[in-house]
Every structure is written in C-alpha cells, then in structure tokens.
Design a protein around this ligand. Structure first.
Ligand SMILES: [Cu+2]
Length: 490
C-alpha cells in the first residue's frame, strides 16, 4: 500500500527538499521537455502542458478547447471529487514511470489546516526560484511565492469545518451538499458546487494564483492556479488536489453513517479516461475509485480537524442544525434577482410576510439556506465573504458573528462564457444560515420582513483572462453578479 504524505510534515522532518519532491522536480522536468519548444498546442500526451490541458485549455476565443479529450475537468457537480481522483491517479502513474519508481506517491498540501495554520505557507521547495527548479513558477501570487501564508485563514478554517460537518454527499433540490449537486451527465463548468469544492478548494486555487500585475501595478490576469485552463500547469496544483482527495476520505470516515451516492447509476457508472504512459488510455468508472486502498494508496492521516472531533455526533448537528431531520421539500421564502456582488454591495431580500411561513415563527427545526444562483462575471476578487443584516456603514470585520459564509470565485469566469457545449449560466452556491438566523433572532437583529445581504471582497479584484486579450480587452470593473439570491427553508 502506497502512502500519500503531508508535504509540510516531510519538510519539517527532512528539510526543504524531501526525497519525494526531489523526484517530483525531475519528473516535472522530464514532462516539460516533451512540450513543444516555444509554445503551440501540446502534442505528446505525457507532456506537462498536455496533462494540464486535460483539466482545461482555452481556444483563442476564450471557449474551452475540447479536442484530444482536453478541457474535461468536472466542477460544479457531484462529479468533481471523482473526476479529480482519477486525474491525479493517472498523473501519479505517469510520474512513477518517468521515475521508474512504482512506489512514488503524490504528497498533499493541507493549505487550510485549522489546527496548524503554519501549513498555509507554500512549502519552500515550491518557492525556490532557482532556474533549474521546475516546481517554481512566477505565474503565482507574488505574496505566496515570498512565503506569506494564505490570506483569510480566519474564515477559511471554519468554512472547511462546516463543509466536513455536512452529512449529505449530494442533493438535487438545491439545498446544498458536501460533494456537489446531482447532474445526469458530466459537464465542464456551471452547476451547484459542493461545500468542499467552494471555499476550501476554490479559495486555495484563486489565492495561490493571485494577481499578476504590470510594473505599474495594474492587474493583468490571475496566476495559473486561478483558472481552469492553466491551474494544472502549476506543480502545486497536484498537491492541493491530493489534499482535496484526502478530505473526501476524511469526510467519509468522520462518521459511520456517511456514504457516497453509490446507489445512483448516473454517478456510479460514469466513466472517465486519461492517457496512459505507453499510449492508449486508462479509464475507471466512479464505482471503481471510491475505495482508495483498492487503488493501492492511502493517506498518512485522515484525522478530522479538532473542531469537528470535539463537536462529536451531537455537535455535528449543532454545526449543521436540522440536517438530521427528515428532508422536506425546500420552500423559497424570499428572493432578489440580478444581484451585484461587488465589494460592499448590499442587497435587501423581502421575506414572505405570511406569519405561518415567516422565519420567526419557526416552531420545528428546519434548515434555513441562502442560495446564490447563477453567479457570473469576468472581473472579481478571489474570495467574497457574505454577511447578513450588517448595520449601515459597518465594517464587516467588526461583525464576525454575522458572517453567513465564504465563497470563492474559482470557475466563475469559465462558467460565464456561453458556447456550443456550455450555457454560460454561472455557478450556484448554497450557504447554511440556520444557526446565524437563530442567533440574529435571539439578538433581536432579525426582521421577519426582510434580510440584507452584504458582500465583502477578500484580496484584489482582477480580470480573468479568457480569449485573446489583444482582441477583447478585459474589463477593469468588477462585474460579479448573481442571477438570483434566494432564502430557502428546507
Ligand atoms: Cu481544483
């Protein structure tokens, strides 16, 4: 059984260059040497840029290039975790062959470890700017390359714990889930993201990607990790995703009642293929990858964060109140359409006035959700915090108890472009506000007639590079918006 290990633990035990990273560096070099010199589309399936193109590659017009099986990554649905598990496994098999070492295993980077915030710094091997170091890239947040920790740990840690407290792998009624919304067929973008895919996964992408500026400091584009079509070019992508893959296992093992949706054919029987080292392909159905030990690997630790462990079984319910109740059909109690999400934008949502349905008259435990539907935009900050009922002119940071949740913008620009194979209708995110609504009501800060929603940008706003920037100059104004923001009782 191979072990995938914590890259920071290896670094602390063995110095900046543990053996697994020395080997990884030389495998990346070998794969990069198979790329066509001087750019142009990759042709050799084992090459570095070809492997990244499997995740995403844009044509000059900004739409995903789907030839050769490229642009196949799955986001915004229950296929997210399974597709990325296979992608990593096929990549790991290639690296093993390049190294002639079938024991080599991807390490993982636990960037948001609520019990060890020091791990939020990029491991030193990835920051070493020596020209021969293939693990370094300048197409990355300059702050993170300088050794600063990931921004926003204060709220990303709790977002991760809340995600791991969610008992449901998938739903199809828009009420949110750990693993993502149900979908009949695979799709590149759009749809309802699972809670793990959103803040814990997407925020690391966009914050590590950062913003690349010109000499005058004008934002030009996001770094590689911030976009589908470039994310896997950064060697740290694979370690970040190994951690997301591990967190799937953490979630499963945290409670014996949890299950993957293996009863559902559209999930279980869906098959994805990847290039094999000797030509041809390697492929799996999702049913074939649900058990990592059957695939030959496990993680050195699947211990949940202490905040989740100390919550215990009863505590899981306090983190996700009402989850254990019988599921009811969700009921929309308020909605606003065309909601601007630029920093400091505030939207007021009128709530159903009928007393029997008002949220204050809740006499039975039900969940209250804030669903942000169809989020689109081309210029936005990496991450947004969403607050409810802030006093006018309040500084959001002064009201951490009114934070409804954190959302990342990874994948938003990709889901906003309309094309032959995609609708361009954006991504959907669901925040559980049951607990917050209860606290606001108890503090006399909940109005049964209306709720106000305020967005706060974290990090600088930057354009996403989609298409030929020479032909279509990117907008400079933040244009993030949600087609609809809904308050739901479920
Ligand atoms: Cu990802």
């Amino acid at each position: 059984m191979r072990i995938r290990s914590d890259v920071w633990q290896l670094t602390r035990d063995h110095g900046d260059w543990p053996q697994v990273l020395v080997a990884y560096r030389s495998a990346v070099r070998a794969m990069r040497e198979l790329d066509p010199p001087g750019g142009g589309p990759p042709v050799e399936p084992r090459s570095w840029r070809y492997q990244a193109a499997l995740h995403g590659r844009n044509r000059p017009d900004g739409l995903p290039d789907t030839q050769n099986g490229w642009s196949a990554c799955q986001h915004g649905s229950w296929f997210f975790l399974a597709w990325h598990r296979m992608y990593l496994l096929a990549f790991e098999m290639l690296v093993q062959r390049f190294l002639d070492d079938d024991e080599w295993s991807l390490p993982y980077w636990y960037a948001i470890d609520p019990d060890d915030p020091a791990k939020a710094v990029l491991p030193p091997a990835f920051r070493d700017a020596t020209t021969t170091n293939t693990l370094f890239t300048g197409e990355r947040s300059p702050e993170m390359n300088a050794g600063q920790p990931l921004e926003g740990l204060d709220f990303l840690g709790p977002a991760l714990v809340a995600s791991l407290a969610d008992d449901t792998y998938t739903t199809d009624d828009g009420t949110g889930s750990f693993g993502g919304g149900r979908r009949d067929r695979p799709a590149y973008s759009g749809g309802e993201q699972g809670s793990l895919e959103d803040a814990p996964h997407g925020s690391v992408h966009v914050l590590v990607g950062g913003v690349i500026t010109d000499d005058a400091g004008t934002p030009l584009r996001r770094g590689w990790m911030g976009q589908f079509d470039t994310a896997a070019l950064d060697p740290v992508f694979w370690l970040h995703h190994a951690n997301i893959d591990r967190l799937w296992q953490v979630w499963l093992e945290a409670d014996a009642t949890r299950t993957n949706p293996v009863e559902e054919m559209a999930w279980r029987d869906t098959r994805f293929s990847f290039p094999a080292f000797d030509g041809g392909t390697v492929s799996w159905t999702i049913a074939e990858v649900v058990d990592t030990e059957a695939l030959g690997y496990r993680y050195d630790s699947v211990k949940p964060p202490s905040a989740l462990r100390s919550a215990g079984r009863g505590g899981l319910e306090s983190l996700q109140p009402g989850r254990a109740q019988a599921r009811r059909p969700p009921e929309v109690v308020g909605a606003a359409t065309g909601v601007a999400m630029a920093s400091d934008a505030t939207t007021t949502i009128g709530l159903s006035a009928r007393p029997a349905r008002g949220l204050e008259s809740l006499d039975e435990p039900r969940r209250v959700l804030l669903r942000l539907e169809g989020i689109t935009g081309s210029v936005c900050a990496p991450v947004y915090n969403v607050y409810l009922n802030l006093p006018e002119n309040a500084v959001p940071a002064d009201f951490p108890d009114r934070l409804a949740g954190t959302i990342s913008t990874f994948g938003v620009a990709e889901s906003s472009v309309r094309g032959r194979e995609q609708e361009g209708t954006g991504v959907t995110k669901v925040l559980d506000i049951t607990d917050l609504q209860g606290r606001l009501a108890a503090a006399g800060a909940w109005d049964a007639q209306a709720v106000s929603v305020r967005f706060e940008a974290v990090g600088p706003e930057a354009p996403a590079v989609l298409g030929d920037p020479g032909r279509r100059p990117p907008s400079r104004t933040a244009d993030l918006r949600a087609a609809r923001v809904v308050v739901v009782r479920a």
